[in-house]
Design a protein. Structure first.
Length: 128
């Protein structure tokens, strides 16, 4: 008799709706539905078999006023690493340029292509 596996089956690429069941259970137990937070920007990323697609709007706002209609929100970190930013445009630009420079230094020091998790750690150490 074969042992039954308790590990969940790996989900296919695309969206994952496993939290829907959890949210329905919590709502049924009387927990309030969390309110959505709007930051005023639109950023999306999706995974497919051969890579990742990133998309973002180009408007920068100051309250209800559109301050810039052509604001870059997808930032270059390395040839194989990009990130999307929301928030104060100058801060986002600075932190991505700083991380991009640190990634280049890391590649020169190690002689290898920097892993995405290394760039993410650099962001986390600077931002948090």
């Amino acid at each position: 008799m074969a042992a039954a596996s308790t590990a969940p089956a790996p989900h296919s690429a695309g969206f994952d709706f496993t939290n829907h069941g959890r949210n329905a259970l919590l709502t049924g137990k009387g927990f309030p539905v969390p309110k959505a937070t709007s930051t005023g920007t639109t950023i999306v990323g999706t995974i497919f078999n051969d890579g990742v697609v990133l998309g973002a709007d180009t408007r920068a706002t100051e309250g209800p006023i559109v301050a810039d209609k052509n604001c870059e929100k997808i930032h270059y970190i390395a040839p194989h690493i990009y990130c999307c930013g929301a928030g104060t445009a100058a801060d986002t630009e600075f932190i991505t340029q700083l991380t991009s420079s640190n990634v280049q230094l890391h590649e020169l020091h190690t002689g290898r292509k920097t892993r995405v998790v290394t760039a993410m750690t650099m962001f986390k150490q600077r931002l948090f």
